[in-house]
Design a protein around this ligand. Structure first.
Ligand code: SF4
Ligand code: SF4
Length: 193
């Protein structure tokens, strides 16, 4: 009897997770039949950057393995390049699923692999909020101060400066007030969640 109860509960949890992923990403992971084409084409997976392949993430979502999925490194290192989406015979936008899973993991505070990603996003958001568009010099300095990681920037900065892609001063933007309003709206909506 207790096995029946547990099984029934497991099925509810399982269905519940797929449904929440569907609502979050607007993608139905149930359609995945595990052909593996997403993983075969994924540039991050193919350079060993993921701990779980994209098709296995889909299967784990189907099985309701919420905790395990939300604690993977994979969902944070997916760069949403959409290569997998273009290859998927079931028309699943896997990048959007990964986006949804990231939001779910963020809300649950499962951030063990996310520090660099959240530092990047917060620094970028603050950059846009302050200057109205990306101001690379401030972004590079801000990210270096936040992460303490400066070797990547030191590597790239000379060539980028020479090409004129790292201006010392921010460019002027018309309608910067509208950008600030958008930022204020986003902050207000986040506060309401
Ligand atoms: S969107 Fe993510 S999972 Fe898909 S191929 Fe690109 S990096 Fe890989
Ligand atoms: S390509 Fe699509 S159907 Fe095939 S394993 Fe990946 S998500 Fe599933």
């Amino acid at each position: 009897m207790s096995t029946c109860v547990n099984l029934s509960q497991a099925q509810t949890d399982h269905g519940d997770f797929i449904e929440r992923v569907r609502k979050m990403s607007d993608q139905d992971v149930r359609k995945c039949y595990q052909c593996g084409k997403c993983s075969a084409g994924c540039p991050v997976h193919n350079c060993n950057g993921m701990d779980v392949s994209p098709n296995r993430i889909m299967r784990m979502v189907q099985l309701g393995m919420e905790e395990e999925v939300l604690k993977t490194k994979t969902i944070w290192v997916c760069v949403v390049c959409s290569t997998c989406t273009a290859r998927c015979p079931r028309d699943i936008d896997i990048g959007r699923v990964m986006d949804g899973l990231r939001i779910m993991a963020y809300k649950k505070n499962y951030l063990q692999y996310a520090k660099n990603a959240t530092d990047f996003h917060q620094t970028f958001f603050n950059n846009i909020a302050t200057f109205g568009r990306a101001y690379e010099m401030a972004f590079a300095i801000g990210l270096t101060l936040k992460t303490g990681y400066m070797f990547g920037i030191l590597d790239l900065a000379p060539a980028t400066l020479l090409k004129g892609n790292l201006p010392f001063f921010p460019s002027k933007l018309k309608n910067s007030r509208q950008i600030k309003e958008i930022v204020e709206n986003i902050k207000r909506m986040e506060g309401e969640k």
